[in-house]
Design a protein around this ligand. Sequence first.
Ligand SMILES: *[C@@H]1O[C@H](CO)[C@@H](O)[C@H](O)[C@H]1NC(C)=O
Length: 452
Amino acid sequence: MKALRTLIPAFLAASPVGAMPQNHLPKQTILGAAGRAKPLGVGHFSEWSRATKKAFLVDWQAGKASEWTIVEGNEGGDLDSMTAALTWAYHLDHISENSSHPIKAIALLQTPSHALDLRPENKLALDNSQMTAGHEDLLTMDELPEDPETLAKKLKGIVLVDHAEPLRKWSHANIVSIFDHHKDRGTAPKAKPRVFETTASCTTIVARQMLDELEQLEEEYHMPHELLELILSAIAIDSGGLTSDKTTKADIETSKRVLARSAWAKKDLEDVMEDLDDQLTSAQKDIDHLDLRDLLRRDWKGDLIDTPSPRTPTVSLGFASVPYSMDEQILKTDFKELFDWFAIHAAWTAEAGVDISITLNKYKQHHKDGSKEKIREIVLTVRDDVRIDQHQANALFKVVKEALENNAEGIELTPWHRADELSNRQMVWTHKSGAGRKIIRPIVEDAVSGWD
Ligand SMILES: *[C@@H]1O[C@H](CO)[C@@H](O)[C@H](O)[C@H]1NC(C)=O
C-alpha cells in the first residue's frame, strides 16, 4: 500500500516559476511557499546545502538517483538528528571531492517541513548558522520526489544517523553506514562505519568520525564555521551544556575539538556550551502556544512492526513525546476535558494511520518545600479501524499493557490518578524512573513483534 505522492517537489510546485531555471529568479532571493521573496541564507554552509539539494533533484529528474547516498536522521527531526545528518552528508561530499568517483550525498530530514516549524530550537540553530529561513536549504520528507519504497531500491545507499534501524519504507535500501546512540538492533552488520555508542548526542559520534578522517588528509577540505557551530549547538542541547548526567567523555572531547576550529575558538568550552544550551533550551520551551494536535505531531516517531503469526498482521506503531502532563494537555484542548484529549488524539492517530499509539509525557512537579520532581507518564491506546479488527486490537492492547507493566527495566508504573475514567483500550500510567522513549520503545516493539 503506497502513499500517493506528488512527482514534483513541493517547494518547486508551490511557486509558479518552478519550471524555470534557477537563474531566472531574482538574485539572492528565492520564492517561499507563499510566493513572497525571502532572503537567502548567506553562509557557505547554506550555499552548499542548497546546491546539494538542487543537484539531487536535477539528478533525480534525469534518472540518476542511483548515484546518490541519502543520510537520514530519525523522523522525530530534533536538532541532533538534523545536525548529524547534515554533518555526515557534508563530510562524504567533501572527503571525496578530488577523487575520480566523488560521492554524491544529501541529508534528508525525515519530517515534513511544517513539522520542523514546531521545533523553535531548530529554527534558532539554523538561523545562527546563517541558513535560509523556512528550511528551504534542507531536503524534507514532503519534498522527496518519489515514494521512499521505490526510491530506496534505486539509490546507491542510505546512511542512518540517530536511529538504529531504517523505517519500513526504507528497508530495501542498501545501508552503507550507521552512527547511533540508541540500542543496537543488529541492523546491517556489514555497514561501515557502524558505530553504536552511548553518548548524549549522536552528533558527537558523527563529528568525531568526521574530524578523524579530516585530520588524516594531506590537505584538509574547507570546514565552514557555521557547520562547526551547528555541531556544538546539537551537542550542547542534548548534554545540557555538557553538564547533564548523560554527558560522556566523547561528548566533551569532541566538543573541544570542534570548538578549536570554530569562530569561538578563543572562548572557554564550558561557557560556550552553557550559553548555547541556555539559548536553545529556552527556544525549545517556547511551545506554550501549541495546541494538543501540534504537540503530538511535534516529536512523532512511528513505524510498521511485523508479528510472527499470519493471524496477527503487520501493525503500525507511533510514539509522541510531549513535555506537559496529561492534566496540562487536557487544558490545551478546546473543551478542556478528558474526553477531548482522547478525541483529538484519535483524530491524529487516524490521520497518521497507527494502530498502537504511545504518548510519553514528562513534566516537573513542584513540591511545597520548593523542590522539584521529574514525573513521566505513558499513555497507551490501540485502534481497531486501521490494520486490525476489534478482537485483535483487544488482544494487542493486553500484550503491550502487560509488557509495560512487567518490564525488565525496573520501571515501576502507577496508574494515573484518573485512570478509572479511561475507556476501552486506553491506559495511562505515571512513573519516576527517568526512562524515556529510548527505553520504552524497544519494550513495546518487542512485545508487538512477539504477539501471537
Ligand atoms: C581537494 O583539492 C583542493 C585543492 O587542491 C584542496 O584544497 C582540498 O583539500 C582537497 N580535498 C581533499 C579531500 O583532499
